[in-house]
Design a protein around this ligand. Structure first.
Ligand SMILES: CC(C)(COP(=O)(O)OP(=O)(O)OC[C@H]1O[C@@H](n2cnc3c(N)ncnc32)[C@H](O)[C@@H]1OP(=O)(O)O)[C@@H](O)C(=O)NCCC(=O)NCCS
Length: 221
């Protein structure tokens, strides 16, 4: 009874060229924590997150990353799961790409979220890792809808979304730093996914998805 058998998400690997999404094990989570604390995740004058976990001492930031990952791992069930995958490019850890879902086996709907270490921004990695997790969701986990959202002033995140064929799905007002912050929401249907342009059809290989499906109760349609 190895870990892959007991906890199938731990064996998940999704590879496209030099970019890989992989389950964040303890050494990886520790590296992510250190990365967020030392390299930063966004410019100091801009807050992209609803929960401002990037504010505080380096120890505060690192502990927030540890706590978040451990919590998501521990609370992962078929009814409510959050896969927080680590993103590697050419063997180098650069950030995380996740997807969260509630009652996915029935709704077939998941919301994505991500961050990169600041030195890795603006090089197309955010677009590639979103596209790779969309391949995982639609092609391996039979998603019907993928959703995403960002503050209206988060241009890089909105830029990624804009490029990948989502349609607008409303707006809301969140509280950020004690003030109102408009958020924009988007959805990508399976129909739109299947109609995407050729350059967004990646060659992707997967490890661990049959066992993951079984673990999450995702029956073949
Ligand atoms: C969001 C994030 C993952 C995007 O990753 P990235 O690698 O920087 O993004 P990419 O380089 O793939 O693409 C960003 C796109 O937005 C565009 N963009 C960036 N800044 C922009 C601006 N100020 N105005 C308009 N477009 C902008 C880029 O030009 C690019 O589009 P293009 O390829 O057509 O030129 C990354 O910036 C990040 O980690 N940010 C901090 C955390 C965060 O915001 N997470 C999401 C929370 S909702």
């Amino acid at each position: 009874m190895d870990l892959a058998h007991l906890w199938p998400p731990s064996a998940l690997r999704v590879v496209s060229g030099d970019l890989e999404l992989r389950y964040a094990d303890d050494p990886t989570v520790e590296s992510l924590a250190r990365m967020a604390a030392t390299e930063g995740v966004h410019p100091a004058d801009f807050m992209p997150f609803m929960t401002p976990w990037t504010v505080g001492t380096p120890e505060d930031v690192a502990r927030s990353v540890l706590r978040w990952h451990w919590k998501q791992r521990a609370e992962l069930t078929p009814e409510r799961w959050q896969l927080e995958l680590a993103t590697w490019v050419d063997g180098r850890l650069v950030g995380t790409q996740g997807a969260v879902a509630k009652d996915y086996a029935i709704t077939r709907t998941a919301e994505t979220g991500s961050w990169l270490g600041l030195p890795h921004h603006g090089q197309g990695i955010g677009t590639r890792m979103r596209l790779v997790i969309l391949h995982l969701l639609f092609d391996e986990l039979d998603a019907q809808v993928a959703t995403t959202g960002a503050f209206a002033d988060n241009q890089p995140s909105l830029g990624v979304t804009r490029k990948l064929g989502y349609e607008p799905n409303g707006e809301s007002i969140a509280v950020r730093g004690g003030g109102p912050a408009p958020e924009r929401w988007f959805r990508l249907t399976r129909e739109r996914w299947l109609a995407r342009p050729d350059e967004q059809r990646l060659d992707v290989s997967y490890e661990g998805t049959p066992a993951l499906r079984e673990f999450l109760g995702i029956a073949r349609p």
